[in-house]
Design a protein around this ligand. Structure first.
Ligand code: ADP
Ligand code: F6P
Length: 461
């Protein structure tokens, strides 16, 4: 069997509890299954280092070898903060207004991809399957190919691919898509992303469509397909019933015995629709006053990419919205919004999900959204909570029995939250059972296997 080599910007020790972020959680699960090499940035930024250079570190965690590379400050700022999170992240999430098209960033993005490819190349064996992840590393395969790598290389985009006209706002859009043709298999989260890819390559580069999933352009053939990422259902169910999950549930149940709990959990990111959600909650209190002194919004938003102004601005906006609602509606013994700007320990998270009457997963745009799937698994099937899910999350293609909302429509979202709060038990049970089946059928093991089987089956071009 070929060894699996996973390449991603951020890596995490699979035996330690991963931080917030769907990618690290899913890849830790995928690699632990058969072992392999996980290669990426160490997370260390060297203040006075040389651009294009970085020290390599290796350590072992069970059957997984973790090899990481440090980045100097100049590289980190242009590659990670600049091009990845100042250009690609906003544009791919349809936020052209938040993009910072500084011409200097692309140099750092290319330099770091080249650096990582150069450090990875000597570690590769001829029959390794290489699996590169996410928007930070789009040109990785092209760099490896330029150094003579003949292995099968797959790519998976964890975030959405926007429609051609939005993608075309990135000055290097054609180069980015040409870079994807150095891979054998390009995986997307959702069918919508595959359609955008197909339309782009058809219109902008005149690619030949060989069949539904195969495209030829730039002298290469690439297969592009949707592989919706899942979670480790058994592991998450076990966490739900383990001591820390149960303790969290009991504690919250006692604390909020007279309240209905609405829950939001994510990184503090503008793609997650947090201000719109808080406004919808305010609308709920205004239009359905029976929720006053009862419904409590617990919003956990962990710090993310704080060096970027767009994230600092969002934090201020959210804090001011929460403060205003608490000031207007709060009582001495009831605060409508509990906003917590921190991570919750992964072992406790299922207890929090289980105690919630309603989960609000309302991103303005999201590649998949694993929180929605975790929430479903953590529910008590006899008395499950209700999932209110944005139609703009990739997960909405699968989780059809959730209450689907348009998060831009604050009034409509408030109406849906009220519907969720009033949903009869029998209907909650029916929806939950169907949702659980969907999450179980396409879990993280299914995702890894389906993707890697497809990659292994790709004929070398
Ligand atoms: P993204 O990859 O954009 O962060 P996902 O919903 O796909 O969004 O994945 C987020 C992952 O990070 C989930 O596994 C979730 O449990 C975890 N996570 C998100 N926010 C928090 C938080 N505040 N505390 C603990 N874990 C979190
Ligand atoms: O899932 C999308 C993603 O951008 C991952 O690539 C990333 O690891 C995660 O969200 C968290 O973001 P960051 O690595 O920038 O903290």
């Amino acid at each position: 069997m070929s060894r699996l080599v996973v390449v991603s910007n951020r890596i995490a020790d699979p035996r330690k509890s991963a931080g917030a972020g769907g990618l690290a959680v899913a890849l830790g699960d995928a690699l632990s299954a058969n072992g392999g090499l996980w290669f990426g940035w160490s997370g260390t930024v060297v203040e006075n280092g040389t651009p294009g250079e970085g020290e390599v570190h290796t350590h072992h965690s069970g059957n997984v070898t973790l090899t990481t590379v440090d980045l100097c400050k100049e590289d980190h700022d242009s590659y990670y903060l600049g091009y990845s999170n100042g250009v690609l992240w906003p544009v791919f999430h349809y936020r052209l207004d938040l993009a910072d098209f500084d011409a200097g960033y692309i140099g750092g993005y290319r330099r770091v991809n080249k650096l990582l490819a150069r450090k990875l190349m000597p570690l590769l064996k001829p029959d390794d399957l290489i699996w590169v992840h996410d928007y930070h590393l789009i040109p990785m395969a092209a760099e490896l190919r330029a150094m003579g790598c003949k292995n099968r290389i797959g790519f998976f985009l964890h975030i959405p691919l926007p429609p051609p006209l939005i993608l075309a706002a990135v000055p290097q859009h054609e180069w980015l898509i040409r870079s994807l043709f150095a891979y054998d298999l390009v995986g997307f989260q959702a069918q919508a992303d595959v359609e955008h890819f197909s339309r782009y390559v058809g219109k902008e580069v005149g690619a030949e469509t060989l069949d539904e999933h195969q495209f030829r352009a730039f002298g290469r053939k690439v297969q592009a397909q949707a592989f919706p990422i899942g979670i480790d259902v058994d592991e998450f169910a076990a966490l739900t019933h383990a001591k820390e999950g149960r303790d969290m549930y009991e504690r919250m149940k006692n604390e909020y015995s007279r309240r209905r709990i609405l829950l939001g959990v994510e990184r503090l990111d503008y793609s997650k629709g947090l201000p719109q959600r808080v406004k919808a909650f305010r609308e709920l209190l205004k239009n359905y006053p029976e929720n006053i002194n009862s419904a409590t919004l617990i919003q956990i938003a962990s710090p993310s990419r704080e060096a970027l102004d767009t994230y600092a601005d969002l934090r201020q906006e959210l804090e001011s919205l929460c403060g205003a609602i608490n000031g207007d509606y709060g009582e001495l013994d009831w605060m409508p919004v509990r906003y917590i700007h921190r991570n919750v320990a992964r072992k406790r998270l299922p207890g929090l999900y289980r105690v919630a009457d309603v989960a609000l997963v309302t991103p303005l745009r999201d590649g998949m959204n694993l929180v929605a799937k975790e929430f479903i698994v953590a529910q008590d099937p006899a008395d499950p909570g209700v999932l209110v899910l944005s139609r703009f999350a990739g997960a909405a293609e699968q989780l059809k029995e959730a209450i689907l909302v348009n998060p831009y429509d604050v009034h409509g979202t408030a109406e849906s939250i009220q519907l969720a709060l009033q949903m009869p038990l029998i209907e909650r049970q029916r929806r939950h059972q169907q949702l659980l089946e969907r999450v179980r059928n396409q879990d993280v093991h299914w995702w890894r296997k389906t993707y890697l089987d497809a990659l292994a089956a790709c004929e070398p071009d």
